[in-house]
Design a protein around this ligand. Structure first.
Ligand code: SAM
Length: 273
């Protein structure tokens, strides 16, 4: 299915008048899986934090490079936490573009993201989405689709890209530690998250207003410094160049290094020893 397919009717339990961060993110990426309320919320965010679409693009670009790296390392199965609506270059598409067969289990707790994802994925036998809170390992790992598609005796690519920013401390470190217990040696863990550590005063004030908008919408976000994120990888071997701003990680497009939004995201990939 293409990203231009019409959005399917929503389940009756979902209120399309309520904006969703997942669909606003899709809007920032130029996707079509969003509604008027999402676009209104996204436009409010844009008015106060115009760098946001650039951060989302840098984040998706990092996701692509991290997935390509995993594929190059021989990884053929992915558990993608907080996947969002799987359009506009998500994990299974990166593998498809690379011509490498891969199995992907997406996890998202947002009902509309789940609903749209099912539509986008159609009847794929190798890619699926589970609606679950990624913090609930018994649900995620115990799900029949996870057992069907992922073999945890072999290396897995665990992706927590653009999602740990929604968790308060110490949850991100705990989450990575908990999943790590289930990962075979050679598995790779890719993480990206929001920061304002080296932001200009202008960008920093954008971030503060952004935090206020997300908090008011009931979805608080937590930008973090390098020193706060690094311990998330304790017990794992960071792949070179370590935890760096998103465009610095295995740079493919040097123009991204000059992007105004570069100071707003950190990313890293680490190997399970
Ligand atoms: N990973 C994708 C990327 O980097 O392009 C999408 C990131 S999007 C900014 C974050 C997604 O995480 C949203 O779709 C949201 O619903 C989901 N999310 C947030 N908290 C979650 C949780 N506790 N469990 C599962 N999904 C979560």
């Amino acid at each position: 299915m293409s990203d231009l397919d019409p959005v399917p009717p929503l389940p009756k339990t979902v209120d399309a008048r309520q904006p969703s961060a997942a669909r606003a993110y899709d809007y920032f990426l130029g996707g079509s899986h969003n509604f008027a309320a999402d676009r209104e919320f996204a436009d409010q965010v844009l008015a106060i934090a115009p760098s946001i679409p650039a951060v989302t693009r840098l984040n998706r670009s990092f996701l692509r490079r991290a997935v390509v790296y995993c594929l190059e390392q021989g990884i053929r199965q992915f558990l993608d936490l907080g996947s969002g609506i799987p359009t506009v270059g998500n994990t299974h598409q990166v593998a498809e573009d690379a011509g490498v067969p891969a199995r992907v289990v997406y996890v998202d707790n947002e009902p509309v993201a789940y609903h749209h994802a099912q539509h986008v994925l159609g009847g794929s036998e190798t890619t699926t989405i589970i609606q679950a809170d990624m913090r609930d390992l018994s649900v995620v790992l115990g799900h029949p689709d996870t057992s069907r598609l992922l073999d945890f005796s072999q290396p897995v690519g665990l992706l927590a890209v653009g999602v740990l920013l929604y968790l308060e401390d110490p949850q991100p470190a705990e989450l990575i530690r908990a999943y790590r217990q289930h990962l075979a040696p050679g598995s790779l863990v890719a993480v990206s998250t929001l920061t304002d550590e080296h932001a200009s005063p202008e960008l920093r004030s954008e971030m503060e207003m952004l935090r206020g908008a997300y908090e008011a919408a009931g979805e608080p976000v937590y930008p973090r410094d390098h020193a706060e994120i690094l311990p998330w990888f304790d017990g794992l071997d960071l792949v070179e160049p370590g935890l760096v701003t998103l465009p610095e990680w295995h740079t493919r497009d040097p123009k991204e290094l000059d992007d105004v939004a570069r100071p707003l995201g950190y990313g890293a990939v680490a190997r399970v020893p």
